[in-house]
Design a protein around this ligand. Structure first.
Ligand code: DOR
Ligand code: ZN
Length: 343
């Protein structure tokens, strides 16, 4: 049986939720990843250092016994986040601040209405070395949903990066050729995360045989040419790109609804899915850098010393997983995955 030993990977973008949902999903992430960048879009959002540290304690309290996993915390930026909060957060070991354009996605209502309103806060972030993590889509309902990422680059991200030349920025969950071009042509200090769904599926997956709510996430899946470009970029070993699953659990009832929530749960196979994508591109030798080296280098954090082993030993993903009092439909539910995480 073919097997693959990798330095233990990190997930640079994950939604762990809170309470019973947190307890249900955390073991999947902790089993695979040494560290994860935990998104702050709880309800209410994690906007202060104190809230982030309390959230970190709730995560740690839910960790399975013996888990070697470190949650890395982020603050949710609002129009009113003061520069002083950034200084406090940095001193407390918080690694990044997430910019959600108000209304862009799940629990983003308290997000930033206009980035120029937070320029003083962004300047403080650059000064103290706090990373800005960006959900890169414009929110104007007049803009075609497939164009929102490309539009965001020219309208918001490029000017922001030029106004704050020392600010380190992660363009999260990129989905288009335009985003790749921006990241690869950008000044130093700009990187991007790529999800498994955007490497493995194109927008046809939203409508294959009928409406597929479990393939709906934001940014939405794009056309095949964009998927192919993303896969070629990670397979080519771009050091600016790194793993961020954007695993975003929602109860089955909330997904299979007249107005279904955005988010794909992938933590149950958070490294296995990438192995499948890299294998399809003939680039398994590039997986370790993408999953375990590039992100740590970008964030200036040490490399993980432990390893994980993947074996080419097909398994069937459960149809549903427990999710507190609800249930959760994982990506590839009921289907076979080629790679398995060895115990
Ligand atoms: O699909 C998504 N789900 N995109 C996001 O940006 C947020 C996430 C969530 O929290 O459910
Ligand atoms: Zn996300």
């Amino acid at each position: 049986m073919k097997s693959l030993v990798l330095r233990r990977p990190d997930d640079w973008h994950v939604h762990l939720r809170d309470g019973a949902a947190l307890a249900a999903v955390l073991p999947f992430t902790a089993a695979r990843f040494a560290r994860a960048m935990v998104m702050p879009n709880l309800n209410p959002p994690v906007t202060t250092t104190r809230q982030a540290l309390e959230y970190r304690e709730r995560i740690r309290a839910r960790l399975p016994a013996g888990a070697a996993f470190e949650p890395l915390m982020t603050l949710y930026l609002t129009d009113a986040t003061p520069p002083e909060e950034i200084t406090r957060a940095k001193a407390a070991g918080i690694v990044g601040c997430k910019l959600y354009p108000a209304g862009a996605t799940t629990h983003s209502d308290a997000g930033v209405t206009d980035v120029r309103r937070i320029d003083a806060t962004l300047a403080r972030m650059a000064e103290v070395g706090m990373v800005l993590q960006v959900h890169g889509e414009v929110t104007d309902p007049q803009v075609d949903i497939f164009e929102r990422e490309a539009r965001f680059i020219e309208a918001v991200l490029a000017p922001l990066a030029a106004r704050h030349l020392q600010l380190r920025i992660v363009f999260e969950h990129i989905t288009t050729r335009a985003a790749l071009d921006f990241v690869h042509g950008a000044r130093a200090g700009i990187g991007a995360t790529v999800t498994p769904q955007h490497l493995l599926m194109n927008r046809n997956a939203l409508f294959a045989g009928g409406l597929q709510p479990h393939h709906y996430c934001l940014p939405v899946l794009k056309a095949e040419e964009h998927r192919a470009a993303l896969l070629a970029a990670v397979a080519g070993g771009s050091p600016r790109l790194f793993l961020g699953t954007d695993s975003a659990p929602h109860a089955r009832r909330a997904k299979e609804a007249a107005c279904g929530c955005a988010g794909i749960f992938s933590a149950h196979a958070g490294i296995e899915l990438y192995a499948e994508a890299f294998e399809a591109a003939g680039a398994l030798d590039q997986l370790e850098a993408f999953a375990a080296l590039n992100g740590a280098a970008f964030y200036g954090l040490p490399r993980n010393e432990a390893t994980v082993t993947l074996t080419r030993d097909a398994w069937r993903v459960p149809e549903r997983l427990p999710f507190g009092d609800e249930e959760l439909v994982p990506l590839r539910a009921g289907e076979s995955l080629a790679w398995r995480l060895a115990a």
